[in-house]
Design a protein around this ligand. Sequence first.
Ligand SMILES: Cc1ncc(COP(=O)(O)O)c(C=O)c1O
Length: 392
Amino acid sequence: MADVEISEREEQLPVSTIGELIKIAEEKEGIVSLGPGEPDFGSPKNIIDFACRKLKEGFTHYSPPGGRSELKEAVAKKLRRDNKIRVSPDQVIITCGSTEAILLNLICTIDPGEGVLIPDPGFLAYKPAVEILNGMPLCIPHQEKDGFQFKIEEAESAIVPEKTKVMIINTPSNPTGVVFKKKTLEEIADFACEYDLCVISDEAYEKLIYDGEKHVSIGSLNGMEERVLTLQSFSKTYAMPGFRVGYAAGPEEAINAMKKVHIYSSICAPTVSQLAALEALGGSQACVKKMVKEYDRRRKLIIKRLNEIPGFSCVKPKGAFYAFPNIERFGMKSLKFSRWLIEKAGVATVPGTEFGRRGEGHIRCSYATSYEKIGIALDRIEKTTKKLKLGR
Ligand SMILES: Cc1ncc(COP(=O)(O)O)c(C=O)c1O
């Protein structure tokens, strides 16, 4: 028996099945993976070169906990220009990816027992982050019949008034690819004011958007500057997830509270990554355009192919890099179906239940993998699922 006794808090955290599926995918030869939640592209050359140069110049020390001042200035400028969010550099904190920002935000906004509204299906880090802090996750169902759009009636049903402090929204969304309309965000803003909520707006995929859709930041809406924390990241936009750098922007008091906690969690985001992020924001944006164009080409392929295979039906995603098809007609729960696809078709996907109870009946297929591999994966899926009897 180990001498280290694991805390109850940790033991109660859900075990992600992604780990299990990745392990099978690694051990079995010839698997094609539609699992990744990160860009398959390498980081742009100018960013890598800049980071290498800075390391050689000796930038290997800590940064201030809130982040390097030149990067905070560049982020504030970007937020004003691209997102119409008016913040000063003092209202920005640089974090180790937006994942750390989610946790820091929650540490600074909820006390044990307080409620946090989260999307279901939604990014898998939200619920555990609330649970680690002994908060109360309150799931807002995003239903397929509504195209997975946010419905204010669902939020009204989920909220526990007086006890709920925070609402997390995510547009473009992982895993559904839904992009919130401005009108929806205005409804959310009214709702947040009515119930006096802080809104954490996760915009990690803000630049990965298609079909002429526009990303709108809720922090740019009238009267929201005092209650919105905007989270953005370099991981997806610039294909630099391993650099671990992102940021949060919002009311100075909340940002200062996050900086205080940051000293105890990681001290600062990696200095070299912050410099790489500075180059990402200041350098040519052609790399972003090029990647988005290629994601769009793959998106069209994967949606067309999925909808052509009997048994699948897929809402067309407008953002991020995921398709989230319905698989109910195959008569298997989503975890069983994902395991079956790896086993029989040699294709890795993520079961919809990884993203919440409402993800049941779906699998997530990432198109952050090459066009050719997507073609091979869909050929295999088509051939293998032919053998299954379909329900209605
Ligand atoms: C919706 C969403 N938010 C945040 C993240 C975290 O990204 P990072 O910590 O790399 O910035 C992810 C990663 O997959 C995500 O899907």
